[in-house]
Design a protein around this ligand. Structure first.
Ligand SMILES: [Zn+2]
Length: 256
């Protein structure tokens, strides 16, 4: 068993938090970074962080889906007021899949991302960035705003942009899909281990052999560890140690 951190979990969407955390602890998970996506979910994440101090660490965010929400401005205000109590800013970013663009155009998404990144920068918080089909714009905006601490979560984009992400000192995070997802595996292979952190994006469902799909939990960060170790041809102990240290560096604090 190795010391691990789940750097990206929608733990407010999982339920049964006591047993989910007990299971995570049993598997060596030392901390879970709970990411918010909306006004409601940010409040739930903050409440969970209070309930499980020094285990669930809150990040406050606004997912591109939720730009169309009626309480969108309330959420921005909530983030501004509470970001100092959070460990990071996320989940934020751009999503150019059709359904998301119908709710918020590319231009709207970009202006919201800029506003949120400025708040992160002013408060010295790392940004947890969702960049689906929008890798280039996400990178360019992050770079233009001189953001120094960022993770491109579950990166599956082109290697040409990945190269710039790494050169800029940013991180990417690995999810359990590192077991089978072609683009994600290519990205992880191309990224030096000192720029990778581990996550689950739980409760996202992942394939596992012939087993039926199930909702993931933070304990599944062990799957991420195993997949990254196998992919990189490195032993699990080394990958666990380095990715743990990377997470501490990104968030500017220890987790044990
Ligand atoms: Zn997520």
């Amino acid at each position: 068993m190795y010391k691990l951190i789940d750097s990206h979990s929608h733990i407010d969407e999982i339920g049964n938090t006591d047993s989910v955390i007990a299971e995570a602890r049993k598997n060596g998970i030392m901390a879970v970074i709970g990411v918010g996506t909306s006004f409601m979910s940010n409040q739930r994440i903050m409440a969970l962080a209070e309930q499980y101090p020094r285990y669930i660490y809150p990040a406050l965010g606004l997912f591109p889906w939720n730009i169309a929400d009626d309480d969108f401005q309330d959420n921005i205000n909530y983030i501004k007021e509470n970001i100092q109590r959070a460990i990071g800013m996320g989940e934020i970013g751009l999503d150019y899949s059709k359904g998301v663009k119908e709710g918020a155009s590319k231009e709207t998404q970009k202006s919201v991302l800029r506003e949120l990144l400025e708040i992160a920068k002013d408060n010295h918080k790392p940004a947890l960035i969702h960049s689906r089909y929008s890798w280039k714009d996400c990178f360019n905006i992050t770079k233009e705003l001189n953001i120094t601490k960022a993770v491109f979560h579950w990166y599956t984009g082109p290697l040409s942009i990945l190269e710039k992400i790494v050169e800029s000192g940013y991180y990417i995070s690995a999810s359990p899909s590192a077991e089978y997802h072609k683009e994600h595996r290519q990205a992880l292979l191309a990224t030096p281990i000192d720029r990778i952190i581990l996550e689950t994006d739980s409760p996202v469902t992942y394939r596992r052999g012939t087993e039926s799909e199930y909702n993931s939990t933070p304990a599944d960060v062990v799957r991420t560890l195993n997949a990254v170790s196998e992919l990189k041809g490195m032993d699990r102990e080394t990958v666990a140690k380095i990715t743990f240290e990377n997470t501490c560096k990104l968030f500017g604090q220890g987790f044990d």
